[in-house]
Design a protein around this ligand. Structure first.
Ligand code: HEC
Ligand code: HEC
Length: 298
């Protein structure tokens, strides 16, 4: 805070406190002191209920002064008057730092122990998985669900189907750096509604959802030309570039005709935010091992 504003705020605070004391003392002296019951204000309710102009009781007045004294004491003990830091030396940052330090003292040795472990061993270590589960609950449930079964657009992490692959490198990269996955909109390339309808049927036939008729089979060359570069010639996907397998029963965006049509016509853009800065490499490794373990148990 620039010095001018610090002094400005300090002066404002002090002047305001003095003004409060003055106002309360001054108003306490107004009215018919010690001449109670002599003056009516002139308001009458319900016919005979009248208002007297009596001073407030003394205890009421003292409450005001006690409150002000408390406030002054508080601002001497804690930061509050401009840039003055308070006699207790307390600050928000200080409290935050102290809590972070306490957490680091407690958890660092644990993270350190896990950081040196082989990934597969870590993914089978009960303590690591417990810690992983609590990290997951804090950072990942909003998108992937508390049971890790995901939702439309958010992958199921327990089903054994992987967009990017079930291995340490892929999972760690997803967590640390995030993913920005793009499926292009391809309605135009398919030459209008009929082409799209046939492609929808063809794609759904790959996983056995429908029987492909002759019309659907007619777009097979188009699939080879437009889709196979990413999804593979047989639609089996490519984990290196994050192109999903279209032949299994796991669907990121849904398997209905409308869902598949929407994927093809409008394209898709799945974004997993980077968590590297938030988590750091050690916690990301524990989380990766936890996520890895989820589909192994299925
Ligand atoms: C803001 C939502 C969001 C949050 C928070 C989030 N994710 Fe994701 N995650 C996604 C999306 C969307 C994808 C799919 C990206 C794509 O389309 O390739 C994804 C993909 C993944 C994948 C790849 C799955 C696969 O099949 O290859 C893993 C692993 C993963 N997330 C783990 C996590 C973990 C662990 C956390 C917690 C640290 C987390 N995610 C937090 C949205 C999120
Ligand atoms: C440039 C690479 C690329 C091409 C070409 C491509 N796709 Fe995709 N496709 C992707 C990616 C990547 C995703 C996943 C998007 C995401 O995670 O948000 C995807 C997702 C999909 C999905 C959704 C899958 C699900 O699980 O919900 C369908 C369906 C699909 N593509 C069909 C096709 C068809 C049909 C073609 C050809 C007409 C095609 N794609 C061409 C990369 C591609």
């Amino acid at each position: 805070m620039p010095a001018f504003w610090a002094w400005f705020i300090a002066a404002g605070t002090i002047v305001f406190v003095i003004w409060c004391v003055w106002l309360i003392s001054w108003s306490a002296k107004q009215g018919p002191q010690n001449k109670q019951d002599e003056e009516l204000v002139g308001h009458t309710w319900d016919g005979d209920l009248e208002e007297w102009n009596n001073p407030a009781p003394k205890w009421w007045l003292y409450l005001y002064f006690i409150t002000i004294a408390w406030g002054v004491g508080y601002m001497i003990a804690y930061p509050g008057i401009g840039a003055f830091e308070g006699l207790l030396g307390w600050s928000q940052e200080g409290q935050y730092e102290a809590e972070m330090q306490a957490a680091a003292d407690r958890y660092d040795p644990i993270y350190e122990r896990f950081a040196g472990m082989e990934f597969e061993v870590l993914a089978a270590n009960a303590d690591a998985l417990k810690l992983g589960a609590s990290l997951y609950a804090s950072y990942c449930t909003t998108c992937h669900g508390s049971d890790a079964r995901g939702a439309a657009g958010y992958p199921n992490l327990v089903d054994g189907a992987w967009i990017w692959g079930r291995n340490e490198a892929a999972i760690t990269q997803t967590i640390m750096q995030g993913r920005n996955n793009v499926m292009p909109a391809l309605a135009g390339a398919l030459g209008g509604d009929t082409g799209v309808d046939n492609m929808v049927n063809y794609v759904r036939s790959l996983s056995g959802l429908v029987e492909a008729d002759a019309a659907a089979m007619s777009v097979q060359p188009m699939f080879a030309a437009l889709c196979s570069a990413c999804h593979g010639a047989d639609g089996g996907g490519n984990q290196l570039i994050g192109a999903p397998n279209l032949t299994d029963d796991a669907w990121l965006y849904g398997s209905s005709e409308d869902d598949v049509r929407s994927s093809i016509v409008n394209g898709r853009n799945g974004v997993m935010p980077a968590h590297g800065e938030l988590l750091g490499a050690k916690r990301a490794k524990i989380l990766a091992a936890y996520v890895y373990s989820l589909s192994g148990s299925n």
